[in-house]
Design a binder for this molecule. Structure first.
Ligand code: 13P
Ligand code: SF4
Length: 378
């Protein structure tokens, strides 16, 4: 849920400002708000925005930071589901009590910064699928696992049904946790992360039917396919990572001997299977950072991160894995003008684009998020 309050300042006045002015005003606003403000930035943000982030990270790191840091305002340079998660963990009951009931205000500078993958699973569809699954198998023996890239309502669904949240950093650990409790997993909304992780854990494609929420019955599967399943995968994907192809991998290997292919597990199986390494954005950054000079990489993840790695590591040869420049258009919605506008409205005491999840959804989402955050090394 998002609250749009009346802004003191009109956004149109910010559109026309140049970057130098915006940078200066953002720095001034940050100084004025001091330690009351925490700006979090996801690695896919554009350079000019991420430079203003107090902390940057992948989805798991950002949720941990929001849970741990004390402040009055979190301005989230990322996408909607991340801001929702920050609101839930920063305003959990023990933190609220310690703050005398005062909420942390979470702001998403542009409300249009959503996630097309998260939009591929609506709560009504997930609930219908759960009911349909229940016609064939005992749902007490299925753990629902939602990728953090999902609406808070899906996280709440998982909380209510003994389930858990995962990120791309801990999907394997989370799926292992689920199999300690039940003999099946229902994984949504990213089929690729679910499939790539489960294959790595020894499951086969035959054990992973894909549930199409638009199919007439059984998500488009035979009853036998569901009865024989270990992991039921939701038919969702990331529009950015689905652009990478095995032909791109082959072309780089042919052109540049010794090149290593490093991808995000949101990539399709055909790419993930033949890559040299696969992991979250945090893992991709750590891998490049710790590689010796002269290393050669073709990296399959969001364009802004790959370009930043290129700039930060001139001693290495870094390529973007696809010939098509695929970037996350919704992450890109956050720009200096929106950041400046949201900070100056905060100072004026009129927060704009506040993300506040309703109490019931928060309560149950927190159950699923805490199960994840409590995993050791998660
Ligand atoms: P991570 O931050 O877990 O690497 O996920 C990437 C992503 O798609 C965020 O939207
Ligand atoms: Fe969503 Fe993909 Fe963008 Fe991540 S990169 S926010 S999964 S659309």
């Amino acid at each position: 849920m998002s609250t749009v309050s009346l802004a003191r300042f009109n956004f149109n006045d910010y559109r026309v400002l140049d970057n130098e002015t915006l940078n200066e005003r953002i720095r001034k606003a940050k100084q004025q708000l001091g330690s009351r403000l925490l700006i979090l930035g996801h690695h896919y943000q554009q350079d000019e925005v991420i430079e203003h982030a107090d902390l940057r990270g992948d989805s798991l790191q950002l949720s941990q930071m929001a849970a741990e840091r004390d402040c009055d305002y979190i301005v989230f340079c990322g996408v909607h589901f991340m801001a929702e998660t920050a609101d839930i963990v920063a305003n959990r009951p023990d933190r609220l009590e310690a703050r005398g009931g005062k909420r942390v205000t979470v702001v998403l500078p542009d409300l249009a910064a959503g996630c097309s993958m998260a939009d591929m699973a609506a709560i009504e569809q997930v609930e219908n699928a759960w009911d349909d699954l229940g016609e064939l198998i005992d749902t007490n023996d299925i753990t629902p696992v939602t990728y953090i890239n999902s609406a808070a309502s899906l996280k709440a669904f998982c909380g209510k049904h003994g389930g858990i949240v995962c990120t791309s950093s801990n999907a394997e650990q989370v799926i292992r946790w689920a199999f300690e409790r039940t003999s099946r997993v229902f994984f949504f909304p990213d089929q690729h992360l679910g499939r790539n992780t489960s294959l790595k854990m020894g499951m086969t494609n035959e054990q992973m039917p894909v549930w199409d929420p638009y199919a007439d019955s059984n998500g488009g599967n035979s009853a036998d396919a569901i009865l024989n399943s270990k992991v039921v995968l939701w038919k969702g994907h990331c529009s950015v990572h689905q652009m990478f192809r095995k032909e791109h991998v082959a072309a780089f290997r042919q052109q540049i001997p010794g090149i290593k292919i490093l991808v995000h597990p949101e990539c399709p199986q055909e790419v993930n299977d033949i890559a040299d390494l696969s992991g979250s954005t945090g893992y991709i950054i750590r891998t490049v950072k710790s590689a010796p000079a002269g290393s050669k990489w073709a990296i399959g993840t969001e364009l802004h991160l790959v370009n930043r790695l290129k700039k930060e590591h001139p001693e290495q040869e870094i390529h973007f894995l696809s010939p098509v420049m695929c970037m996350c258009a919704t992450m890109y919605r956050i720009d200096l003008a929106h950041l400046c506008w949201s900070l100056e409205n905060l100072i004026a005491g009129v927060p704009v684009n506040v993300i506040e999840v309703d109490p019931e959804t928060s309560r149950w989402s927190l159950v699923a998020l805490e199960r994840m955050l409590e995993l050791k090394g998660g």
